[in-house]
Design a binder for this molecule. Sequence first.
Ligand code: GCU
Length: 429
Amino acid sequence: MNKRHLFLTIAIAAVHSIVYGQQKPPDTVAGIPVNYKEDKVGTYILPDPLTLNNGKKVTSADMWVKKRRPEIFKMYQEIQFGKAPGKPADMKFNVFDKGTPVFNGTAIRKQVTVYFTKDTSDHKMDVLIYLPANAPKPVPLLLDISFVPNSLSVADSGVKKGMMWSRDGKKVPATQTAFRKFDVEKFISNGIGVALVYYGDIEPDFAGGLPYGIRSQYLGGKEKPAPDEWGAIAAWAWGLSRAMDYFETDKDINAKKIAVTGASRLGKTALWTGAQDQRFAMVIASISGEGGAALSRRNYGETIGHITDPTRYLYQFATNYHDYSNRIDQLPMDAHMLVSLIAPRPLLLQTGNTDFWSDPKGEYLSAQAAEPVYKLFGKAGPGSHEFPGPGDTSLLNPLGYYMHEGGHAVLPTDLDVFVTFIKQYLLPN
Ligand code: GCU
């Protein structure tokens, strides 16, 4: 293993085990204290998703769609994730694996390279697709954005070997990591397709990564994006929309029945993808935490101050977001409004009961506070159900919530819940 890559792998593993749970969660991060005590959370007032900026009440689904949703969307775009460009004019697809039987003939594998720019040597994303061989076509599909290249995400030696980023902006061949393989067959056996993309194919995930990813192609002479322009999360979300552009061209895939999923920073990405691109029919956001589905005004675990500290993850956001670190009460939105942008489409928030840093209860309260928006469409959320215990599957409503027993992870048992959720809302085909 190359030294730089080794560093990266160990660093990711260390961050994951230290920050999240297996060990004692940190008391201070980036010099800012972290609260884990319910009695120290303090009081807060959430902005009302159903009151327009001019003070008028939203009284119908139509008013939500035409007036309020665009207002909230704009807040997220300009303050938190940043504006992204549209579909690139020079985009091209190369389907280099047109359909290979795999997993004992139960699935068909396709592989596609999406070229984002005219120059095909760089800025390209591989989409790895598995479709159930025997299901009637076109099939619904779960699109997963992952931390490792596709060749490491699945147990399939026929997958094109991917490249990973090193901290000095070089792409190095992907080698084995500690990440769990994605259990594609669990979905295939239930008639659901799976597609995977590697987030690094779109934009690198480190503070100095700007010159190397897709965002660099749109700077137009600027040194960095403006304070309301895209951070890395919006770039990853943009890449997922480009995968959707491909799905729309593939007659074996039902592009109207695509669920998008990701974990952690990629759970935040899944949420923003669904908010920004309403072609996605469903969102499954795992352990998305701060900047994702967890309420920011609730001072528990990570806060905006922690996440946007320039030594940590500011590059993932519009830099405007950082300005709210010490004046959270002035933020015109909170996480329940990000959740509300997915309405009326099914959304599952998956958390872990010992993932204190990500504040699983803050995600639950966020779902409750977003429910009035779903209700406009006649769809249920968690209602007045009390904060559920781990493993409770009684809240798989269109605005659904599920918390496993354990920390910051997507567990094999979570995938069973994903299958149930997808079957309930996207099947029959
Ligand atoms: C950091 C960050 C979290 C994020 C997580 C991850 O710990 O503080 O907000 O969700 O990384 O992406 O694993």
